[in-house]
Design a binder for this molecule. Structure first.
Ligand SMILES: NC(=O)c1ccc[n+]([C@@H]2O[C@H](COP(=O)([O-])OP(=O)(O)OC[C@H]3O[C@@H](n4cnc5c(N)ncnc54)[C@H](OP(=O)(O)O)[C@@H]3O)[C@@H](O)[C@H]2O)c1
Length: 268
């Protein structure tokens, strides 16, 4: 990374209105970054903006937008340009799960999830990546999941979107290495956020002993980004979960994936 003053750097965080994204924005601001906060719930974003301005004395910009629709990335990119902002660090964190029998789950909801978790993330990486490349300096953090490594029956499409994020991030990290841009994939296990209330999943993505708080996950992701790491497993559980897929037979990996979901409940 080029030696520029972090005080003049700006980080754009998607999915900043709750959970891991909220904490990532706080950690970035704590490091002196100005922040652009985006998600749909404007009130929550304004609350966070107010908090970060007071706590860290950084400049904040709120852009309330639905990122699960076509051309969302282009619209967001244009809004950032209209604000005259230059993004040094892009944090592609917004994402939702979807739970249910594959043949039964709602197609429209699934399309929205795929759009948000993969298409918008890809397009934002391209649009802001081009700008970073012109400057020869930038960093991108993509929130994937431990689910990226496990096919998960009843969360088949969600897990596949996270596999996409991980594969995409690793390949682009390799491509952009010589452009002065780092790309990091964050792969959490279970995190206590609003995630479980979304996408048909019950409110039970907590497991004694392995559930992480979003602050710990965000801090690990941000530190990994600063160190130019390509993949971050932010907990012992996630690290072991990642090791397991290296040694287990494929069928057993899918069985393990299946074991992470029970009727109406899911914990990765
Ligand atoms: N929690 C876990 O156990 C876990 C584990 C592994 C990976 N992850 C990943 O971590 C990331 C953050 O999730 P979280 O756990 O922090 O859950 P969360 O609290 O539900 O946060 C999700 C964020 O995404 C935003 N979002 C959802 N739909 C959106 C849309 N259509 N347009 C724009 N923004 C949208 C939400 O804001 P609005 O509703 O205001 O739009 C919210 O800020 C996701 O990518 C998730 O897949 C979570």
């Amino acid at each position: 990374m080029a030696e520029t003053d972090t005080q003049s750097r700006t980080a754009l965080v998607t999915g900043a209105s709750s959970g891991i994204g909220w904490e990532l924005a706080d950690v970035a601001a704590g490091d002196g970054y100005d922040v652009v906060l985006t998600a749909r719930r404007e009130e929550r974003l304004r609350e966070l903006a107010d908090k970060l301005e007071k706590k860290h004395g950084v400049r904040t910009t709120v852009i309330s937008q639905d990122l699960a629709v076509q051309n969302a990335a282009e619209t967001l990119f244009e809004s950032v340009q209209d604000e005259g902002l230059e993004i040094h660090t892009l944090v592609n964190n917004a994402g939702i799960p979807n739970y249910g029998d594959f043949l039964e789950t709602d197609r429209e909801a699934e399309q929205g999830m795929m759009q948000l978790n993969t298409v918008t993330l890809t397009e934002l990486t391209k649009l802001f990546g081009r700008e970073m490349s012109t400057r020869g300096d930038g960093a991108i953090l993509n929130t994937a999941s431990l689910a990226a490594l496990y096919p998960i029956p009843k969360k088949a499409v969600y897990a596949a979107t996270k596999s996409y994020v991980l594969s995409f991030s690793r390949a682009v990290a390799h491509e952009l290495e010589d452009e002065g841009i780092t790309v990091t994939a964050l792969c959490p296990g279970v995190v206590e956020t609003e995630y479980a209330d979304r996408g048909n999943v019950d409110d039970s993505n907590t497991m004694d002993g392995i559930t992480n708080d979003p602050r710990t996950v965000a801090k690990a992701g941000w530190d990994g980004l600063q160190n130019g790491e390509r993949i971050v497993f932010p907990s012992t559980f996630a690290t072991y979960g990642a090791q397991a897929v290296r040694i287990l037979p494929r069928k057993m990996i899918t069985k393990l994936g299946e074991s992470t979901v029970e009727e109406g409940q899911s914990w990765i």
